[in-house]
Design a protein around this ligand. Structure first.
Ligand code: ADP
Ligand code: MG
Length: 457
C-alpha cells in the first residue's frame, strides 16, 4: 500500500472539510509514517521538530475523527489513526532497533526525511546580524565537510536556530553528496543509545554506527554534562572520527567554557577549531522571520492590510526566542480563522495576552535590581540603603529608571521598593537617566546590555 497515495487521497477530502488556514496550520504538517495492515492502524506523524503539545492536542481533539473518516474513505475500510510527533516516533524507533542490534542503514535518499526535519533548510533560514556568522560557517561546513572547520561548535540560547542550522548542514551536505554517511542526534539520543547498548552488550553495533560516519551532527551537547561514562564514550567517538578526518558539528546552549560539568579534555577538543554563537534576532530579522513564516501559512497581506501592524506588534513583544515568535504568529492566524474573526491588532493583543504577560511577568523589580547591581558590582542592600556616594547612587537611579520602564509600577511604588524614598526622587532619577541616555552613547549601550540581561531568563 502506497502511503503517499493514501495520504494524498485523504488530504483531498480533508481539504474540503476545513478552512484553508486550518488546513495549512493543522493538517498540512501531518503525513502518514506507516500503515499497519495487520492491526488496521495508520500512524500519522506530526512534522514539527520541536514538540508542541498545544498543536498536537488540537489536532487530536479537533481533527482526529475527521482524519479517520478521510483515511477510511481513502482505504475503503476503517483504520484506527494514531498521531504522534516525529521525535516521539524517532525515539521509539531507536528503542525498538537497539535490542535486535539492527545495523544502521546508510542515510540516503528516503532515509533523509527520517533523520532531518525537511523544513530546516538554509533556504528557510532568515539571516541577520545576530546569526550571519553562524549561517556562513554552517554553509561552509556543509559544502566542505572536514575541510572548512572541524570540529564546528555552535552555541546560543533556546529557540535561536541551532537545531535548524544543524539540520540544514546535514540536508545540504547530502544534496551535494548523497553517498555521505550523515547522522543527526541529540546528545540525549546518544546517551540513551549508549545505555541500551551496554544493557544489551551490544557496543559493537553502537561503535560501528557512530564511528563510521562521515558527518556527525550532535545537538544539545549540554545534556551530557555531569555524565562521566557518556562523556568518556563521546570522547572516544570524537577522537575516532576526528582522527580519520570526519566532520563533527556540535550545538550547545552555552559556550564550551560555560559547560562547567564537562571533562577538560572534551572542552579542549570543542575549542580546537571554530566556535560561533547565535544571538537573539534583532527587530528587523524578527520581522523578516515572521513574514517568511506568514508566506508559508498562505496568508497574504493583500488579504488583510492590518497584518503588517500585527507582525510589528509580535516582533516588538517576542524578542528572545524565534520559536515563541513563530508560535505567537501561528496562534493569532489560526485563531482568527477558527473563530472567523478579522485579524486586527486588538484581536492579536487579546489572543496573545498570556504569552505577553508571561514574558512581562518574568520581569520583576527584584530581577532588575539584581541585574543592575551585578553590572555595577554593588550590593542590592546598598541601593535600597540610604547611602549617597556616587558609586551607589548612580546604579540606584539606573535601577529606578529601569523598573519604571520595564514594569507597571508607579513612581510612589518604586520609591517604596528603594528604601521608602519619596516619589519625586524616583521621578528625578527617571528623568535624569532618560536625558543622559540621549547624550551619552556609552550609557545607552550599558542600559541596553542590562535590559538584555534582565530579559534573558
Ligand atoms: P534551537 O535549537 O536553537 O533551540 P531551533 O533551531 O529549534 O532553535 O529554532 C526554533 C524555531 O525557530 C524553529 O522552527 C526554526 O525554524 C525557527 N528559526 C530560528 N531561527 C530562525 C531563522 N533565522 N530563520 C528562520 N527560522 C528560524
Ligand atoms: Mg535545538
Amino acid at each position: 500500500m502506497d502511503k503517499e497515495k493514501v495520504w494524498k487521497r485523504a488530504l483531498g477530502e480533508l481539504k474540503d472539510n476545513v478552512t484553508p488556514i486550518a488546513y495549512e496550520t493543522w493538517i498540512k504538517p501531518l503525513g502518514i509514517r506507516s500503515i499497519d495492515e495487520e492491526l488496521n492502524i495508520v500512524y500519522i506523524e506530526f512534522d514539527e521538530h520541536e514538540k508542541n503539545d498545544m498543536i498536537l492536542r488540537t489536532i487530536k481533539n479537533r481533527y482526529l475523527p475527521m482524519i479517520e473518516d478521510a483515511i477510511e474513505g481513502a482505504l475503503g475500510e476503517h483504520f484506527r489513526v494514531v498521531v504522534k510527533d516525529v521525535d516521539t516516533y524517532r525515539a521509539e524507533d531507536i528503542k525498538r532497533d537497539q535490542p535486535k542490534g539492527k545495523k544502521t542503514k546508510r542515510v540516503k535518499g528516503l532515509d533523509m526525511e527520517k533523520i532531518f526535519n525537511p523544513k530546516f533548510t538554509f533556504e528557510n533560514f532568515v539571516v541577520g546580524g545576530s546569526n550571519d556568522l553562524a549561517y556562513a560557517a554552517s554553509l561552509a561546513v556543509s559544502e566542505s565537510p572536514s575541510e572548512a572547520y572541524n570540529p564546528f561548535f555552535i552555541y546560543g540560547g533556546s529557540g535561536l536556530g541551532k537545531t535548524h542550522l544543524l539540520n540544514a548542514i546535514g540536508i545540504h551536505a547530502l544534496e551535494l553528496n548523497p553517498d555521505l554517511n550523515v547522522l543527526y542526534v541529540t546528545s540525549e539520543m546518544f546517551t540513551n543509545e549508549y545505555i541500551e547498548a551496554i544493557k544489551n552488550k551490544n557496543m559493537h553495533d553502537f561503535n560501528k554506527k557512530y564511528r563510521e560516519l562521515d558527518i556527525l551532527l550532535i545537538d544539545d551537547i549540554q545534556f551530557i554534562e555531569g555524565k562521566e561514562k557518556v562523556q568518556e564514550e563521546f570522547f572516544n567517538t570524537f577522537n575516532t572520527l576526528h582522527n580519520s578526518n570526519k566532520q563533527i558539528i556540535i550545538a550547545s546552549d552555552r559556550s564550551p567554557d560555560k559547560l562547567i560539568n564537562l571533562q577538560e579534555r572534551l572542552r579542549t577538543r570543542f575549542k580546537w577549531n571554530l566556535i560561533v554563537d547565535i544571538q537573539p534576532a534583532d527587530y528587523e530579522t524578527r520581522v523578516a522571520i515572521l513574514n517568511k513564516k506568514l508566506s508559508g501559512l498562505n496568508f497574504s497581506v493583500e488579504e488583510n492590510p492590518e497584518i503588517t501592524e500585527v507582525i510589528n506588534l509580535i516582533a516588538e513583544k517576542v524578542k528572545d526566542n524565534v520559536r515563541e515568535l513563530e508560535g505567537a504568529l501561528t496562534r493569532v492566524v489560526s485563531f482568527s480563522q477558527l473563530l472567523h474573526q478579522e485579524l486586527t491588532v486588538s484581536f492579536a493583543k487579546e489572543k496573545l495576552k498570556d504569552i505577553f504577560t508571561n514574558i512581562e511577568s518574568t520581569i520583576t523589580p527584584e530581577k532588575i535590581k539584581k541585574e543592575v547591581c551585578k553590572y555595577y558590582n554593588v550590593k542590592v542592600s546598598d541601593i535600597i540603603s540610604q547611602k549617597k556616594t556616587n558609586n551607589i547612587a548612580f546604579p540606584r537611579q539606573v535601577a529606578m529608571y529601569l523598573v519604571r520602564e520595564m514594569t507597571d509600577f508607579s513612581f510612589p511604588n518604586i520609591g517604596q521598593l528603594f528604601g521608602n524614598r519619596h516619589y519625586t526622587t524616583v521621578m528625578y532619577a527617571h528623568e535624569k537617566i532618560e536625558n543622559e541616555i540621549k547624550s551619552d552613547k556609552n550609557l545607552k549601550e550599558v542600559i541596553k546590555q542590562i535590559k538584555e540581561n534582565i530579559m534573558s531568563f
